[in-house]
Design a protein. Structure first.
Length: 229
């Protein structure tokens, strides 16, 4: 009680200016802490949004790869096979990024290169890596990481089929039986690809705009929060 009385007495005796500095300092500290928490939450949400967008890019690329490989088996045009390899770079890149981050040392450079190959926006990649490393033990994040790992399984299914089909078609005397076998393997992965192709441009354009708007909100939100009302 005596110590409390001495503290109150000391506070009464200091000048008004010092009291004002003290109150303003406390308020400034609270505002700084609140702003830090706000920015951290926004960055975390932005990284989660980037993963959701990346999963959409992966899904579209996988379906486009299957469709292109199916077309290649029919047309035998090299351009269709090149489109297949182009689209397959997305799931392969995401799988390489996941592998690099699951590595004990956490190869950041390899993870960044993998996410870039997966066509994730350059501005999102650092946040995606930080989210992976910080929260990989959280159930929802670990579940998303497991889903991302499916890219590797898809790549393992498609790449041997595509490489075998490409070798057979490029051979001097292609075997129609081998080409049909490769086409059968592709058709097993084809359902839903045609519907996807019809609306892919519209969905990609809308998704890109939403991802860009999300990045803009993260950058501007602290300024809007501090703006006078």
């Amino acid at each position: 009680m005596n110590s409390r009385g001495r503290l109150l007495g000391w506070f009464r005796n200091i000048s008004i200016i010092k009291k004002l500095y003290f109150v303003v300092g406390i308020m400034g500290t609270l505002i700084a802490i609140e702003l830090f928490v706000l920015v951290f939450c926004l960055q975390t949400l932005s990284s989660l949004r980037a993963y959701v967008g990346g999963e959409g890019l992966w899904s579209k690329a996988e379906k486009d790869a299957v469709f292109s490989l199916y077309q290649y088996g029919i047309s035998r045009a090299e351009a269709d096979y090149q489109r297949f390899t182009h689209f397959m770079a997305v799931p392969i890149g995401d799988a390489e990024a996941r592998k690099a981050l699951l590595n004990g040392s956490g190869d950041i450079a390899a993870a960044r290169a993998g996410f870039l190959d997966g066509r994730n926006h350059r501005d999102d990649i650092d946040g995606m890596i930080s989210l992976f490393l910080r929260f990989d033990h959280v159930y929802y994040i670990s579940k998303a990481i497991d889903i991302l790992g499916d890219a590797q399984a898809i790549a393992l299914q498609l790449l041997p089929i595509g490489e075998q089909l490409h070798r057979e078609i490029a051979a001097a005397a292609p075997s129609q039986e081998q080409i049909d076998a490769g086409g059968a393997g592709v058709r097993a992965l084809l359902p839903g690809a045609s519907d996807h192709v019809q609306g892919r441009h519209r969905r990609r354009t809308g998704a890109a705009r939403r991802r860009g708007a999300g990045r803009c909100r993260v950058r501007l939100s602290p300024l809007l929060w501090l703006a006078p009302r």
